[in-house]
Structure formats: structure tokens, C-alpha cells
Design a protein around this ligand. Structure first.
Ligand code: ATP
Length: 367
């Protein structure tokens, strides 16, 4: 097990800056999720840890060792990809064993000569991986005779068998259907709890990040936006990008102005309270971006602002009500079924503890 530290790391491909001055300390044993939209640089960051990409600037360390110039085979890393392609003609046992047949390891301790494992050392490692991943009953089967989830576990076992210091995972669940994805998320969390190896996991799916991460690093356009526990990034997003990337449906963001009294926010159709505990409220008349999550808006007989309903989507356990507030559209989430009709006027209320403010110019959170 080992920590992974990015120290002002950048990666450029000609004109393109894929990763821009990344500063990120991943603790030993942590399950860190790199989260962001396509093209934000998360895979490049992961590939730099693996040694598959050179580093243009900065320092990358695994444990206490700076690894900028360390060969990938010396890094003790295992990587699991989205397409985990097992060998179809080999048994599960052979599939798990396959990296041990081709790779050399520092078997006799850190810094010792790389060598291949003996047959008995390989058998011991395969047995351990099969036990940890609940694959013992399937060792003699071929991949075609396994479910999708079992195949995914074989891919994980194949990564685990090299006893890596760090597991790197690049969207490993995206080929699975929704049910299997949910199940495998739980299995990955359990696996991590059992083996305690540092995991760096790349995804664009915020649900995966929120459910599995000990901490999430949100990235956009090569830049790290925020690092924190899932609770932190949900409750205190540092800017409107993070606010709208975390949570489904995303946080509603719409324009407002600090009221003449300085104690409320005027918006189209009414007023909202200032965020509870705000330290430096902007002066009266300041334009702001107001953020409220759909689950924090509630319908009320005498709410603090009025909207016009555009559409109501019933999803079984909840309803999503889309409504207009001036030129903006916001979404309200209501539990159960709603009798509200499109075209009707609605009063909405929100608690001060659930109001967020952002600077409309910089998009940064105002505290
Ligand atoms: P995705 O989820 O789509 O894989 P990502 O967040 O993992 O996206 P990266 O693959 O890290 O993003 O790419 C970051 C940026 O670097 C993108 O703009 C991409 O086009 C660019 N890039 C990546 N690899 C190369 C390369 N070999 N040459 C030039 N540009 C590259």
C-alpha cells in the first residue's frame, strides 16, 4: 500500500494542456475518485501514475519515491480498464494467473531484483485472489460460462494478484448494465474495506463517486476544482461547476440580487433567505447566482417565491417538477406522486441552510 502525490503536475500534448498544475495528495489506503466530464484530464492523470504517460512538469510520488523517471514495471501498480477483455480460451484460474506469467516482480522485497514467480508462488497468489473476490467455485470455468459480474470480478482478481501498492481503475463499470453496476459498486467498496489498498478510480459518473469514494477530486478542463468527502462536495461546492456536476438532477442556479436591506436575496417572483451562517454577505444591490438543490425546494401555501409549472415527470418514487422562474428553469423534487398540473402557479420555499450563493463573474462560492 502507498500514498500517491501529485505536486504541481502538468501534462501537455503540444498545444493541449490535458492536466494543468495538479496538486493532489492521495492518502495510503484511500479510495480516491477522479470525477469529471469527458476530456477533463482524469484518464491522463491516472496514466501518469501508471507510468504510461510522461510528466511534462511537476513531481509525482508513490509513497516516498518520486516516480517521474521510474519504469512502469517498477511501480507496483495494477490497472483495471473499462474493457477488461479476459482470454476466452483460458480458465478463470489461468486468466487470473496470466500477469504473473509475463511480468516480473520485486518478489524478495522492495528494491530487490525483478524476477518471475515460481509455480508454487503463482498458485498461492491465485488462490488468495480467488478467495478475496469470491471466485473459488469458478476457477475451472471459462469466461463464457460466467455472468457479467463474475467476469468483472475475474478482471479485478487479475489486477489484485500482483499485490499492487495502488489499484488504478478507469471507468471499470461502464460496460455493465444498471443493475450489475449497482451491485459491483457495493462489491468494490467491500473489496477495498477488506484489502485496504489505495484505489484511484476514474469516472464521469457522479453516483459512482458519491457511493464509493472516501474522497472525490472533481476536475474540469484539466484543472482540479475541489477535493473533499462526498458529503463536502455535495454540501459545500466551491463553484457552480461542482454544484451542478454533483447531484441528480443538478443544483438549480439562477440569478438574484442582494436585497436593499441586505438580509435577503431578491429573485424573479419573490425572495430567498441569505444562506445560514454566511460570513461575508455581499452588500445590498450585488448581483449573485443563487443555488438550490431540487430536493431542498418544497411547495408551500405561502412560499417565498412563485413559479409557473412547465412539466411534471412522475418516476414512481418521486416527481420532478420543472418550473419557470423568469428566464430560468428550475427543478423541484417531490417524494411520491404529485397532483400539480403543467401551467399552474406554484409557491416554493427553501430553508436558509439550503441556499448557496456564487459570484456570477468568477462562479466561486460566496461564504
Ligand atoms: P474521457 O472520460 O473521455 O476519457 P478524460 O477526462 O479521461 O476523458 P483525458 O483522456 O485525460 O480526458 O484527456 C484530456 C485532454 O487531453 C483531452 O482534451 C484529450 O483530447 C487530450 N489528449 C489526451 N491524450 C492525448 C494525446 N495522446 N494527444 C493529444 N491530446 C490528448
Amino acid at each position: 500500500m502507498a500514498s500517491v502525490t501529485f505536486d504541481d503536475v502538468s501534462k501537455r500534448y503540444g498545444e493541449v494542456t490535458a492536466v494543468d498544475d495538479l496538486d493532489l495528495a492521495i492518502a495510503d489506503g484511500e479510495f480516491m475518485v477522479l470525477l469529471g466530464p469527458s476530456g477533463c484530464g482524469k484518464t491522463t492523470a491516472l496514466r501518469m501514475i501508471a507510468g504510461l504517460e510522461d510528466i511534462t512538469e511537476g513531481k509525482l510520488s508513490i509513497g516516498d519515491e518520486i516516480v517521474n523517471d521510474v519504469d512502469p514495471s517498477r511501480r507496483d501498480i495494477s490497472m483495471v480498464f473499462q474493457s477488461y477483455a479476459l482470454y476466452p480460451h483460458m480458465t478463470v484460474q489461468r486468466n487470473i494467473e496470466s500477469p504473473l506469467l509475463v511480468r516480473k516482480y520485486e518478489v524478495d522485497g522492495p528494491g530487490t531484483a525483478l524476477r518471475k514467480l515460481s509455480a508454487s508462488e503463482r498458485a498461492e497468489r491465485v488462490a488468495e485472489a480467488a478467495r478475496v473476490l469470491d471466485l473459488e467455485p469458478y476457477l475451472k470455468r471459462k469466461p463464457a460460462a460466467l455472468s457479467g459480474g463474475q467476469r468483472q470480478r475475474v478482471a479485478l482478481a487479475r489486477a489484485f494478484v500482483g499485490r499492487p501498492k495502488v489499484f488504478l481503475m478507469d471507468e471499470p463499470l461502464s460496460n455493465l448494465d444498471a443493475k450489475l453496476r449497482a451491485q459491483t459498486r457495493i462489491e468494490l467498496v467491500e473489496l477495498h474495506a477488506r484489502v485496504g489498498t489505495t484505489v484511484v478510480y476514474v469516472t464521469h459518473d457522479q453516483v459512482e463517486a458519491m457511493t464509493m469514494a472516501t474522497r472525490v477530486a472533481v476536475m474540469s478542463m484539466g484543472k482540479l476544482q475541489q477535493v473533499g468527502t462526498p458529503q463536502d462536495v455535495y454540501a459545500r461546492p466551491v463553484n457552480t461547476f461542482v454544484a451542478q456536476f454533483i447531484g441528480t438532477p443538478p443544483m438549480n442556479c439562477f440569478p438574484g440580487t442582494i436585497s436593499a436591506s441586505g438580509t435577503e436575496v431578491d429573485i424573479e417572483g419573490g425572495t430567498l433567505p441569505l444562506p445560514a451562517g454566511i460570513q461575508s454577505p455581499p452588500p445590498a444591490g450585488t448581483a449573485v447566482t443563487v443555488g438550490v438543490r431540487p430536493e431542498h425546494l418544497r411547495t408551500a401555501d405561502a412560499g417565498s417565491f412563485g413559479v409557473v409549472v412547465r412539466a411534471v415527470e412522475w418516476l414512481g418514487h418521486e416527481c420532478l417538477i420543472s418550473a419557470s422562474v423568469g428566464d430560468a428553469t428550475l427543478v423541484v423534487r417531490e417524494v411520491g406522486m404529485s397532483s400539480i398540473q403543467p401551467g399552474s402557479a406554484l409557491q416554493l420555499a427553501v430553508d436558509a441552510s439550503d441556499v448557496h450563493l456564487f459570484d456570477p463573474n468568477t462562479t466561486a462560492r460566496i461564504d
